[in-house]
Design a protein around this ligand. Structure first.
Ligand SMILES: [Fe+2]
Length: 201
């Protein structure tokens, strides 16, 4: 398994992701790679599993080069075509492809590696980085034709944070408290909208 080759290949491919994907940028993927490995180490994955997880992280959003809807499947198909060239066995390729496919919403990961990748994909919700990423996601969705008012955006974020629970023990330990803080902050930010409505009625 040639992980250095994969890093180089994926970095080159990331440069081809259209610029309108402000959130799903190379920076996002690099962050997912970093925390997938960090959570994976804390979860006690083997060296081979860590390399496989990192590979899935590098590939998981490369499908955006091709399309928006269905990008997870496009990412997985790219991995299936390319990974054997980097020394992945048929079994390892299939596994990596399966991990990538589990990042499709709503996420339902089953294995340890799937759980960690899904956690790493949104780990920023447990950090103050949440606001920067959120702003980029909102701008990206707007460029794709989906606009949100301030209140709609707060509700969108609150719904996501309320419904999401980290899957791995490592991510829960490191990010759940931050996730709860973000949720409280969002609810506070939403309060003036409710108060205003109360005044009118
Ligand atoms: Fe992602």
């Amino acid at each position: 398994m040639n992980i250095d080759g994969i890093r180089k290949f994926a970095s080159e491919q990331l440069a081809r992701v259209p610029a309108l994907y402000l959130y799903h940028s190379g920076r996002h993927t690099l962050t997912v790679v970093k925390y997938a490995r960090e959570f994976g180490e804390l979860e006690g994955l083997s060296a081979v599993e860590l390399d496989m997880l990192e590979t899935a992280a590098w590939f998981h959003d490369l499908g955006y080069v091709e399309c928006n809807a269905g990008h997870e499947a496009a990412s997985a198909r790219l991995a299936e075509r390319v990974l054997p060239k980097f020394g992945f066995t048929a079994k390892q390729t299939e596994l990596a492809s399966g991990i990538i496919r589990t990042t499709k919403l709503p996420v339902l990961p089953a294995t340890a590696m799937e759980k960690i990748l899904c956690d790493a994909d949104v780990e920023y919700i447990g950090r103050s980085e949440f606001y920067r990423s959120g702003m980029l996601l909102r701008q990206e969705l707007s460029l794709l034709g989906r606009d949100f008012s301030e209140l709609e955006w707060l509700d969108f974020e609150i719904k996501f944070l309320t419904g999401f629970r980290f899957f791995s023990a490592a991510a829960r330990r490191l990010r759940s408290a931050g996730q709860l803080r973000r949720l409280r902050e969002l609810e506070l930010a939403r309060k003036p909208f409710t108060d205003r409505k109360d005044r009118i009625s």
